[in-house]
Design a protein around this ligand. Sequence first.
Ligand code: GDD
Ligand code: MG
Length: 349
Amino acid sequence: MVGSGSLPEETGGPEVAIVLVGGFGTRLRPLTYEVPKQLIPCAGQVALYHVFDLVPSSVRQIVLACGYKAAEIESYLEAHPYPLPVRVIREETPLGTGGGMKNASEGVSDPFLLMNGDVVASVDLTRMIAAHREHGGLGTMSLFEVEDTRPYGVVALGAEDRILRFVEKPEPHDAPSHWINAGVSVWSREVLDRVPTGREVSFEREILPGLIDSSDSRGRHGVYGFTFREFWEDAGTPERLLHAQRLLFDHGQRRRIPLSAGTGPSVRPPVSVGVGCRLEGAHVGPYVTLGDRVVLEEGSSVEDSVLMDGVTVGRGATLRNAIVGPGASIPPGAEVRGKVLVREGAPQG
Ligand code: GDD
Ligand code: MG
């Protein structure tokens, strides 16, 4: 082993996963004035639980770094317990991705997982952890290849998948490749010592670039990439959330909570239906998630959409590529395409 021989060798994988969920979800307004983006359902369960489903079996505890709408997230977790213990840490003011991670890091394992709370991915974290151990780096970051890199962090990859450069949201001419930070990574605990306290810190802009040629006290050096292919999406905009839903339905994600599949003459799968829904005489699917107590009146039709709890769709109305917030009513005959809708009286700021 390189570095201090007196320290115990790492054996198991990370026991703690820090999940960042403090963002405002600005790109999903007005719905996110009422519901934090991680609690918008997608392919049968809230987006956050799709992130939780990725954690490998070594993880004993999930720590949520919360800020915006922390109370709503806490009550959701209480009402719908996840099969792993989840601890909620609140930020008084937004601390950024680095500050939020540090604020939630008390008692964290070495190494620990860091996960953005808004991604869906086919990444196999057990394999990523194995690769991390093999490379002996400070960190390993999952990487997915995309055409348009502008909204993401982009890496230059060298021999043995060593990350040579990391640029957050570069202009296209400055993007070193098409491999982006997929928002799930594993880190040596000492990385936390690099994050200043008491102010907002962007992990990607302020901390990550400095780790690329750096070591910890155990001799773990540099940052590596773990590339994967099948599917990935950041569910941070309406279009991308609906795309994420299609990917999840098509690729049948492993789930710790089973999906409530909809069946019946007017259902075109894949569709997920909550409890107490009324769908007689309506056409549903494909690619639809219905929350609880959704009513689709005679002749209405819903495709490629998410309808949250208590939504009513009037007679003959059609919805395509829509995300509809809790309790909203769609008038009879309405034609809704590509919209985020909320109930009358929902918060608007
Ligand atoms: N606790 C906390 N505090 N969490 C935060 C804060 C904060 O102040 N700000 C953002 N987050 C959470 C968000 O809720 C989200 O789950 C995650 O951190 C990432 O923030 P986004 O705002 O969604 O970032 P992004 O999508 O523009 O970019 C990030 O994700 C990309 C992949 O989806 C970066 O990590 C990029 O490098 C990456 O490619
Ligand atoms: Mg995001």
